[in-house]
Design a protein around this ligand. Structure first.
Ligand code: ATP
Length: 244
């Protein structure tokens, strides 16, 4: 049976993602990650990005289990279940299993194309991405096309002055952009934008959480209590699904 994301309705190929008032979300932030596991750093930065960028919802998209990964991830079903638990109660957050259902390597360009096909044509998509990941964007599949499919919001933690954001782009793509309304916004030749924002620095990483679990240390206040209980109940990252 086809899985559905919470409060999203599928009608054939079309999907409606609900905003906080139950209408169709028009401004959607796309936040992909391994979420291995999801933690407070993800949640807080997504909340700040939603508020700052005026998004109706942030759509969390856990990656599938890539076949050629450097590290074995916890099973996708567990990572998805923990994201669902973590987002519960926040009507501005939604989860999509689109990459997990597709399986295989998770390419952002494929996800954006699939969302574009399923969502109403007037939906504005903003890809939310950490500065660390953005620095590697030149290695992503079809990254120059990706810039034309969605706006990007790049966030940094700790604060970064983003003095010359054009220099953060791969050299081959710089000619496709000019400065927009201010020197913190880049405008793509197709009309999309890249914005640069600073979010509250919470020095939390999934890898540090996995290490703590492996050592039998507390992860209290690093993840929501529901996620902590799930991790304990399923004995995740204590050896069998941990670092490899
Ligand atoms: P790992 O430690 O396993 O590399 P991670 O905690 O960085 O994982 P991912 O799921 O790979 O988590 O991250 C998804 C996105 O969330 C990335 O864009 C990353 O930059 C961002 N991110 C991760 N941790 C934080 C944090 N503490 N604050 C803000 N953004 C974060």
């Amino acid at each position: 049976m086809r899985k559905r994301s919470a409060r999203a309705t599928d009608t054939g190929q079309r999907t409606t993602i609900r905003n906080q008032r139950g209408g169709a979300a028009r401004r959607i932030g796309i936040f992909g990650g391994t979420y291995d596991p999801i933690h407070i750093g993800h949640l807080r930065s997504a909340e700040e990005a939603r508020e700052r960028l005026g998004l109706d919802v942030v759509l969390f998209i856990p990656t599938a289990d890539p076949p050629h990964k450097a590290r074995r991830l916890a099973p996708a079903a567990h990572r998805l279940a923990m994201v669902r638990l973590a987002l519960a109660g926040n009507a501005g957050f939604r989860v999509s299993p689109i990459e997990i259902e597709r399986a295989g390597r998770s390419y952002t360009i494929d996800t954006l194309r699939a969302l574009r096909e399923r969502l109403p044509p007037d939906t504005a998509l903003t890809l939310l991405i950490g500065l660390d990941a953005f620095r590697d964007i030149g290695t992503w599949k079809d990254y120059r096309t990706l810039f034309s499919l969605a706006d990007l919001a790049v966030w940094s933690r700790p604060p970064h002055d983003f003095a010359a954001p054009l220099d953060l782009l791969p050299v081959a793509a710089r000619g496709d952009f000019c400065y927009g309304r201010n020197d913190k916004t880049l405008r793509h030749r197709t009309g999309t934008h890249i914005r640069f924002v600073t979010v509250t620095a919470l020095d939390i990483s999934a890898s540090a959480i996995r290490q703590r679990l492996l050592r039998g240390q507390s992860i209290r206040y690093l993840v929501p209590p529901t996620v902590e209980r799930y991790l304990r109940r399923h004995r995740l990252y204590v050896g069998r699904h941990g670092e490899s």
